[in-house]
Structures are given as structure tokens and as C-alpha cells.
Design a binder for this molecule. Structure first.
Ligand code: NAD
Ligand code: MG
Length: 384
């Protein structure tokens, strides 16, 4: 029986994970759950999965939950970190969105847990620190991002010496094929209509700008220890092939399944085994056609900014991530246009003095600086 904690249990990934766990009660037991503000859903999850402990991000939400349950309800960043490192869990699914996931995930890593990593931002913001801490504690990091799960599945049991490059596939989002001019007028509602995946709002916008793929390039660099030149991106709108690995002889291996995150979540949860009937098998005749194209960096420059940040190193990936989080939130609030997202990120990165990452404080400082800078630029756009 694997003892599982889910950070961000009320989100899209958290709910999918609990769906897998509910169907395999003989294999998994829930130890801890954390959420932000969705009290009703967290209460229903507590009732169904009977965790030993939960945490929420603020005091008011904690107070509301405490009135209705008998188990310990922790709060704030410290509470989230305590649940993440709880002694009774073996496996921690890191599924909080954005920077808020960093410290709880690091806390689970320092405690030597096996991590199912959905919160790619953690590796983008502090990849060197995360990998160093995981080595020190013996924590194993298993990808939950479908592309990285695909790469892991393709590489499993093979000699890394023969690996030439990996190719991360991207659906391209709802705006694939649009020009910069056409993108000027797209709305948050348009951006949230993802053609193949059903996800939280932030990652859905990241998918539309191609920043999601940029963050995934940085994530792949840390997970698979590959230089940026050996990580490529390919647009594949059907989202059936989740990624490809290419070997030195020119042969490639791809991993395929229907676009359903439960496949990657279950692979991490049960690794190195597989569990029965997680997703419906592929019906290729009914899919008919798989298509591919190169990413359009003119319309979707966020992908190149992520490569730039990775090559620059130091705190630059943290700056890229923070500017993106602030810009996406403002776009969703209707304060800026779609094309302002890459403009704000580029401008923030250009104004930033590159700094080395000595410890987590440097990363937190860079995040804070970039958030303020991006907000300043947004305020300027808003009064224009
Ligand atoms: P979501 O918005 O649906 O859920 C986010 C979760 O984080 C919720 O449980 C919410 O309560 C919690 N949360 C939000 N802000 C918080 C805060 N300040 N403090 C503490 N908790 C907070 O997001 P999602 O789509 O499930 O994505 C979660 C992570 O997984 C992201 O990093 C995303 O990039 C990654 N991911 C998601 C998918 C997907 O299909 N949804 C696929 C690959 C990777
Ligand atoms: Mg992905």
C-alpha cells in the first residue's frame, strides 16, 4: 500500500489523481491533502478519502474547515510544508500551480519523499537547488507532465549513451496557425478553449502562448540532464504522441495514449509498475491522422524566451516564470492583451541583472523583483 499526499488536491491534476486512487483503493491510501480556497471540494475529499492531515493556504479557510472535521488542519506556507513532509507518506504529488508550489515541494524533497512532479514551475524557478536537494536526501522525482512521463517511458531500460535528443510535443493550443496581427484581438475566453486538454486556467493560457512548452524545455533539462540543444519542440495538435526520443542511429521511439492526464499520474504513482485500465486504449482508425509542424516563434515568442532563460541560467528562469505568472493573471483579468504577455516577459528579462543562485533566498528575491517589474509594466499598459 503506497501512502500518498496530494499538494493541490482540488485542482485539475489533484482531482484526476484522486480519481485514479479511488479506483485503486487496494494500492493507495491518502495521508495528506492541501488546497487553496475551495472549501466545499476539500471537505468532500476529506469525507471520501479520510486523510490524516490537511493544510490550506490561509487562516480564514483553515478556520472554516476546522469547524467541520476532526483531523488536524494546518495553514499557511508552513502548514503546506508540514503536510508535504509528513512522516506517514511515501509519495507526494506536487500539483499546486505556480510559485506557490516551490517551498512545499522542496520540503517534500528534503524529507526524501518520492515526488510525482506536476508543478513544473518548481524546476524552472530553482532547478539546480531542487536536483541538489533530491540527490542529498535520496528523493526520486518522477514526472507527471505528460511529455516528460513519455520521455521517461521511452528511455526506460535503454542505454542513455545512445540518446541523441528528445522531442517534446505540443498541441499548439487554440491559436495554432494565427498571425501576430490576429492574436491582438483574442480574449481570455478564446484562450481558455483548449482543443485537446482540460486543465487549470494558468496552464491553459501558458499552452496558448507556448510558454508551457518553454517551461517544459527547462523542466526536461533538469529531469533528464540534457543541454538545451538536445531538447526540441514539435507541434502535434491531436496530442496523441506525448513525446519522442531519438537515438544516435536515427531511430526514434514515441509514447502514445489518449490525452488524459490520468495516464501520466498513474505511471508516476505506480512506477516502476503499471496499473490496469487507467485510460481507454487508443483507437487509431477513428483518430485517422496525426499531424506535425514546427513551432511558429514569431507568433509565439515565449518559447524562445524560455530557451534564452535556460541558456542565461542563474536567476533568469525564475525571472521568466514570475513575469509570466503576473502577465497571465493580468491577461485573465482583462487588463492586458494576449500579445502583451510575451512583451512583458521580454521586457522584464531585459531589465534584469543576471545573478547566480547560491541558495533559495536568491531565487525568492529574483521572483519578487520580477513580479514587481512585470506589474510596473502592466500598470503602464493599463493607463496607456
Ligand atoms: P489548477 O489551477 O486546476 O489547480 C491548482 C491547485 O493548486 C489547486 O488545488 C489550488 O487549490 C492550489 N493552489 C493554487 N494557488 C495556491 C496557493 N497560492 N497556495 C496553495 N495552493 C494553491 O491547476 P492544474 O491545472 O491542476 O495544474 C497544477 C500544476 O500541474 C501546474 O504547475 C501545471 O503546470 C501542472 N500541470 C498540469 C496539467 C494539467 O493537465 N492540468 C498537466 C501538466 C502539468
Ligand atoms: Mg505538459
Amino acid at each position: 500500500m503506497k501512502r500518498v499526499t496530494i499538494l493541490g488536491s482540488t485542482g485539475s491534476i489533484g482531482r484526476s489523481a484522486l480519481n485514479v486512487i479511488a479506483r485503486h483503493g487496494d494500492k493507495f491510501r491518502v495521508v495528506g491533502l492541501t488546497a487553496h480556497k475551495n472549501v466545499d471540494l476539500l471537505l468532500r475529499q476529506i469525507e471520501e478519502f479520510k486523510p490524516e492531515v490537511v493544510a490550506v493556504s490561509d487562516e480564514r479557510t483553515a478556520h472554516e474547515i476546522k469547524k467541520k472535521v476532526q483531523i488536524p488542519v494546518l495553514q499557511g506556507q508552513e502548514g503546506l510544508c508540514q503536510v508535504a513532509s509528513h512522516e506517514n507518506s511515501d509519495f507526494v504529488l506536487s500539483a499546486i500551480v505556480g510559485f506557490a508550489g516551490l517551498l512545499p515541494t522542496l520540503s517534500a524533497i528534503k524529507a526524501g519523499k518520492t515526488i510525482g512532479l506536476a508543478n513544473k514551475e518548481t524546476l524552472v524557478i530553482a532547478g539546480d537547488i531542487v536536483i541538489r536537494e533530491a540527490r542529498a536526501s535520496g528523493s526520486k522525482i518522477l514526472p507527471v507532465d505528460s511529455e516528460h512521463s513519455a520521455v521517461l517511458q521511452c528511455l526506460e531500460g535503454r542505454n542513455r549513451r545512445f540518446l541523441r535528443r528528445i522531442i517534446l510535443t505540443a498541441s499548439g493550443g487554440p491559436f495554432v496557425g494565427k498571425t501576430v496581427e490576429e492574436l491582438k484581438y483574442v480574449t481570455p475566453e478564446d484562450a481558455l478553449k483548449h482543443p485537446s486538454w482540460n486543465m487549470g486556467k494558468k496552464i491553459t493560457v501558458d499552452s496558448a502562448t507556448l510558454m508551457n512548452k518553454g517551461l517544459e524545455v527547462i523542466e526536461a533539462h533538469y529531469l533528464f540532464d540534457l543541454e538545451p540543444e538536445r531538447i526540441d519542440v514539435l507541434i502535434h495538435p491531436q496530442s496523441i504522441i506525448h513525446s519522442i526520443v531519438e537515438f544516435n542511429d536515427g531511430c526514434s521511439i514515441a509514447q502514445m495514449s489518449v490525452p488524459d492526464m490520468r495516464a501520466a499520474i498513474a505511471y508516476a504513482l505506480s512506477y516502476p509498475e503499471r496499473i490496469d485500465d487507467v485510460v481507454p486504449p487508443l483507437d487509431l482508425p477513428s483518430i485517422g491522422k496525426l499531424t506535425f509542424e514546427s513551432p511558429d516563434l514569431k507568433s509565439f515568442p515565449c518559447l524562445s524566451y524560455a530557451y534564452d532563460a535556460l541558456r542565461d541560467g542563474g536567476t533568469m528562469p525564475a525571472v521568466l516564470n514570475a513575469a509570466n505568472e503576473v502577465a497571465v493573471a493580468s491577461f485573465l483579468d482583462g487588463k492586458i492583451g494576449f500579445n502583451d504577455i510575451p512583451a512583458i516577459i521580454k521586457n522584464t528579462m531585459d531589465s534584469c541583472e543576471k545573478a547566480d543562485v547560491e541558495g533559495i533566498e536568491a531565487v525568492i528575491k529574483a521572483d519578487d523583483w520580477a513580479r514587481n517589474k512585470a506589474q510596473e509594466l502592466i500598470n503602464y499598459i493599463a493607463v496607456r
